[in-house]
Design a protein around this ligand. Structure first.
Ligand code: AMP
Length: 124
């Protein structure tokens, strides 16, 4: 279950503090983007806000507007910087248990680099 309180020892908090490395693709005052360690597509990048937010729910309810705007601008900038606009890309933000959120620091996945197929894998 995704905890309601922010755990400062989560792995993305450690990446933000520079305690563990990441394969960085973008950073500004609002966001950090890095390659996913277990890529699910030829391009699989994670974008995280610079702030203590567990999930999309927490972020959109509690973050200051400047950070919300800056974060979403960063997501777009990362995609443009990776030349993904023309071929296209998919964004995904898992929030909570049913979505299988594993890391309790808000992150948006950017998937690209091949035809990604239908939106969800359907259960058998
Ligand atoms: P989610 O299931 O939406 O919470 O996604 C968590 C993602 O974080 C997964 O795709 C993991 O492969 C990725 N991940 C976990 N640890 C790291 C890490 N140290 N560096 C980069 N990506 C990571």
């Amino acid at each position: 279950m995704t905890p309601k309180a922010y755990d400062p020892e989560n792995i993305f908090a450690k990446i933000l503090r520079g305690e563990i490395p990441c394969n960085k693709v973008f950073e500004d005052e609002h966001a950090l983007a890095f390659h996913d360690i277990n890529p699910q597509a030829p391009v699989h990048v994670l974008v995280i806000p610079k702030g203590d937010y567990v999930s999309m729910d927490d972020f959109t309810a509690s973050a200051p507007e400047e950070l919300i705007v800056g974060f979403f601008r960063a997501v777009g900038e990362v995609a443009r910087g990776l030349n993904l606009v023309d071929p296209g890309y998919r964004l995904l933000a898992n929030s909570g248990a049913d979505a299988h959120q594993e890391v309790a620091h808000l992150h948006v996945h950017i998937f690209a680099g091949r035809r990604l197929g239908p939106m969800l894998v359907r259960p058998d």
